[in-house]
Design a protein around this ligand. Structure first.
Ligand SMILES: NC(=O)c1ccc[n+]([C@@H]2O[C@H](COP(=O)([O-])OP(=O)(O)OC[C@H]3O[C@@H](n4cnc5c(N)ncnc54)[C@H](O)[C@@H]3O)[C@@H](O)[C@H]2O)c1
Length: 337
């Protein structure tokens, strides 16, 4: 089956969607829309056969287009996606799904009502590295998950419509949504803006879980070096995930502690340290967006459930909303339910 797709937004990320859909069996990119004529002429030079338009409605009214991919600024996501669903198109939409959880709910309801696929581009969960971590968690190799501790900083593109939480922390939240068996129960965030009138460009976010698991995310657009490093601690093994490593992105350490001795008098128990081997598993090296495009195709054609469907998108937006509230109240924890 051939799925004809139209892409809205050909700025920084849109070209990656066009390239990957063009190269994925079954998809045919037939149209691109961007408000910026210059971006459209770049698209036309690269893909002369693809129609281009400044009016996204042209894509929505085209009966030949089954599916729409949206790669525009976050503040435009809700309107564009709602219009696309109402026009009967399946939707592939950039992270974060929407600006509010309420909007996300509306999109989910609209997609369900019309039996359409709503898929959110939580790119990282389609990487070989994150899929391997999920496999380790599922098999119980890491044991009980104790913490997720991540640093995601660089001299990044300052966004004007969203804070660094919505741009960078969203990646960690989507990874955690995919690998953690439990959802967080509360969130606390602090952060600051160093450009007047702009949203926070540095933020620290803590997430609390019922079973004492904890997560900390440190995100920053104003860092002199690029770091993409996550430590995941479990009762049996620990993982270091460094996305900037060219091949050995994941290292698994057989390290940890065991309590030794007196169960009745726990305060007397000794902590024994375990320091075993470290290994770096072989990872699937396909581009995440390619794996994701294939997944999206299976959702459309075979009715498979997407691991980053509207509900996953909404869970992430709910945390981002709560974190934003907390940030505005200098870290006051906000309960999630
Ligand atoms: N998955 C990822 O790893 C990843 C990476 C970067 C960006 N993104 C996401 O992609 C989205 C876009 O980010 P970007 O960095 O490419 O932004 P960008 O500003 O570079 O590009 C957005 C483009 O959308 C166009 N646009 C805006 N409104 C439009 C409309 N109504 N119709 C047609 N075109 C319209 C703009 O002209 C612009 O060219 C954001 O949601 C962002 O979070 C995701």
């Amino acid at each position: 089956m051939e799925v004809n797709i139209g892409v809205i937004g050909y700025g920084y990320w849109g070209p990656n969607l066009v390239r990957n859909f063009s190269e994925t069996a079954g998809f045919q990119v037939v149209a691109i829309s961007d408000l910026d004529e210059q971006r459209l002429s770049v698209a036309k030079t690269r893909y002369p056969a693809i129609e281009v338009t400044t009016d996204f409605k042209t894509l929505l009214s085209d009966p030949n287009i089954d599916t729409v991919a949206i790669a525009t600024p976050v503040s435009t996501h809700f309107d564009l996606a709602l219009n696309a669903l109402k026009a009967g198109k399946h939707v592939f939409i950039e992270k974060p799904l929407t600006e509010t959880a309420e909007q996300a709910e509306q999109l989910i309801a609209e997609a369900e009502k019309r039996n359409l696929v709503l898929h959110v581009d939580h790119t990282f969960i389609y990487t070989g590295a994150v899929r391997k971590i999920r496999e380790l968690v599922d098999k119980g190799d890491l044991g009980e998950l104790y913490y997720y501790d991540s640093v995601r900083v660089n001299l990044g593109l300052f966004q004007s419509d969203v804070s660094v939480l919505w741009d960078l922390a969203v990646h960690d939240l989507s990874i955690m949504d995919y690998i953690f068996p439990l959802a967080p129960t509360a969130v606390s965030a602090t952060g600051s803006s160093h450009v007047e009138g702009r949203p926070a460009n540095i933020a620290f976010l803590s997430l609390f879980f019922e079973n004492n698991a904890i997560a900390h995310l440190h995100v920053n657009w104003l860092a002199p070096v690029k770091v993409r490093r996550t430590l995941i601690g479990g009762s049996r093994k620990m993982v270091v995930y460094d996305d900037l490593e060219p091949s050995e992105k994941i290292k698994i350490y057989d390290k940890g502690i065991t309590l030794n001795g007196n169960k009745e008098k726990l305060y007397k128990a000794l902590i024994d340290y375990r320091a075993g081997d470290m290994w770096a598993p072989r990872l699937e090296i396909s581009e995440a967006l390619r794996v994701e495009a294939q997944q999206f195709m299976r959702c459309i054609v075979e009715g498979e459930k997407s691991p980053s469907d509207g509900k996953a998108g909404m869970r992430v937006v709910r945390i981002l909303e709560a974190a934003t509230r907390s940030l505005n109240e200098r870290g006051q924890p906000v309960e999630l339910n």
